[in-house]
Design a protein around this ligand. Structure first.
Ligand SMILES: [Ca+2]
Length: 146
């Protein structure tokens, strides 16, 4: 768990308490799936099981706190940032077309959440083939996760 900062650990503990609906100090695949979908993260049951399998050190099919923290460090933190970013983008997309102006996008990426540098934005734009004009932000999430 040394890869998490104190703030992340606090966030992790808070999430664990919220996700653990029945309070048995472990998170089942059902609880994890429901919690993620509650956060508007689109995830299938099979994907939830994969997430758990990746970090389920004692292989009992559910996540104890240490396992949950590993999930947070490996996947969950970036998924939640992605969700925040998409919400931010949607807020800029006033007429709900699913796209934002690329200059606005640059502004958002360099100031919101975990800000990217101009050079990192250039790289993301290059990878995504983003030029000037509108950008379909719905496709951005997957790009940032890889
Ligand atoms: Ca376990």
């Amino acid at each position: 768990m040394d890869s998490l900062t104190k703030d992340q650990l606090d966030e992790c503990r808070k999430l664990f308490t919220i996700f653990d609906v029945n309070g048995d100090n472990k998170i089942s695949s059902r609880e994890l799936g429901a919690a993620l979908r509650g956060l508007r993260i689109n995830i299938s049951e099979a994907e939830v099981r994969d997430l758990i399998t990746n970090v389920d050190t004692n292989q009992n099919g559910s996540l104890e706190f240490a396992e949950f923290c590993k999930l947070y460090a490996d996947h969950l933190g970036s998924m939640l940032n992605q969700e925040k970013l998409l919400s931010t983008l949607a807020a800029f997309d006033k007429n709900a077309t699913g796209s934002v102006d690329s200059q606005e996008l640059r502004q958002i990426l360099t100031t919101q959440g975990e800000p990217l540098t101009e050079a990192e934005v250039d790289e993301v734009f290059r990878d995504a083939g983003i030029g000037s004009g509108p950008f379909e932000y719905k496709n951005l999430a997957n790009l940032l996760l890889t």
